[in-house]
Design a binder for this molecule. Sequence first.
Ligand SMILES: [Zn+2]
Length: 199
Amino acid sequence: MARAIRSGRKPPAARADPPAAGLRLWAPWRYPYLRAAGRSSSGCIFCVGELTSPERRKRLVLHTGHYAMVMLNAYPYNNGHVMVAPRRHLASPELLSRDERNELNELVTRSIELLRKALHPEGFNVGANLGRIAGAGFADHLHWHVVPRWAGDNNFMPVLASTRVLSQHLLDSYRRLHPQFKAIKAGLALPAGIFRTSR
Ligand SMILES: [Zn+2]
């Protein structure tokens, strides 16, 4: 930049490339999915109710607690991308009760802990998109993203990934992570009996 200014040349234009997996939890390949989600009348992916084991696997649910749950993202930004959501259909944190906030915070922390053990990431992106304008695919039901990160993962992440490859990968991720998340019901630092058991 300094050389361009001294020589009188215009500085190079800013890169137009989207930050595929940066701090903004956004990826262009998800647009068709997000549009479909916005039109869907088939219900909310986070409002799961009581699930059988096959339903739990099909919906990639890793843990259901009394106030909050954890599920793998079916359209992940990276390996082991999970979402932590309240059981109630609420759009924003200020609508949560104190118990819900406590359990959500605990599940985000436990998810980081368990993903660190299972997948050995070098870092995480953790955050929530509030409102469709902020990038939320399911804006009506609050959820936190927990995205493991590895050095260089931007190189192969979502833009070029195909749905078929991701589907196979997701089941592998589920089989690997589900046993890890069973530990939550035994070790969560909340009053006894607050959680329903995970199947
Ligand atoms: Zn919902």
